[in-house]
Design a protein around this ligand. Sequence first.
Ligand SMILES: [Fe+2]
Length: 434
Amino acid sequence: MSIRESKNKFLSGNWYPVEETSSDELKISGELPKELTGLFLRNGPNPKEPINHENYHPFFGDGMIHGIRIEDGKALWYKNKFVTSPYGFGPNTHVLKHSGKIYALVEGGVSPVIMDSDMNFLEEEPFPDADSKRFTAHPKIDVDTGEMHAVSYDFEEYVNGQGQVHYVTVDQQGKLIKDKIIETPGKPMVHDCAITENYVLIFDLPVTFNLGRRDDEKNSVGGDYPVIWNDKHTARVGLQNKRTDEITWIEVNPGFLFHVVNSYEDETGQVILDFCRYERLFDFDNPLPMGQKPFLTRWILNPKTKTCSEEMLDDRPMEFSRVHPDYDGKQHRFGYLLNDGRLNNYFKHDFKKGRTITHDFGEARQAAEPVFVPKKNSKSEDDGYVVGFVYDKTTDLSNFVVLDAQNFSDTPLAEVTLPQRVPFGFHGSWINLD
Ligand SMILES: [Fe+2]
């Protein structure tokens, strides 16, 4: 058995970790748009040796960030570095810019780490005056106010019996200005949140923490993550008012989500939520986040009647949903997603026309999360680029790929071949540097 074959799916093939490296000699095919000046960063788990193949779960893998620096049509460098944190665990899930700082992020109440645009990890404290540095992987930025909103849970609080999550707001200077406790007695796993003009959406869904449940269990291969599908847990969404303490809970059809596409309020005050819905996940016999596939779904939440309607929008499995970065909380038309089957397609879903356009990378390639980058003077919501890392099985290398979002199915505008493969991972961002 080669080192990259494992009983553990998350250590097999392109999941297998890589070493740190860097290169400033990168081959470009096609033409990189001259206006793309910045840095593409992608975070993901990359466990350090020695690795326990029986117990390893990617949610606990050491964070590694892969970055490529682009300027004036040139690819200046690529490098990948382990996330180092003065607080211990290196966040492994997301990386984004807010208040002039680049944060590496993870859920579970772990503190973010700040890095600079040369990918140096800094000792600088996030949220210096705040009592707690707990945060999460998927905050949402309201471009109108510059505020960053997040819903986080804290492993330690859950272990101590406190069933609660925190609604945290960070202002545009990077100061933590709100940390409101919301009671969630079932200890739900809360991976993402959503914002609208008036609300932050709290997802209290039936995947709940059962810390210690593995104590009397034989280890399942790669399944050592302490959450479980919980049929007894009432699935509900909280509409937390951003400006007052008021929260309205609405029961929803049981299911789970890792990722929202986006949410917004319509003219009648209903909340529209588009997301990737799992029917069930983390069943006791299947503790890995696999097996069940997610489908693009819309919930319409009515705060007056406290009811929710549901509609499936596409019958192909898709995940890693993204929108234009300035549309968090505003009505979007387009979402960008990854085929969660063979990984060889990006999807662009048009919510207005109810149709999905495909970009096909071919049988030999496996893509990861698509990230939309608007043009500087964009004229419409999809006037921009879709970028991401794509693994090529024939070369065992990855490329940084740039698509024209308006000619989505066409051959990529440019591809930059990296000196090594980028293992499958989680989330990233385009960081403008001009
Ligand atoms: Fe995520």
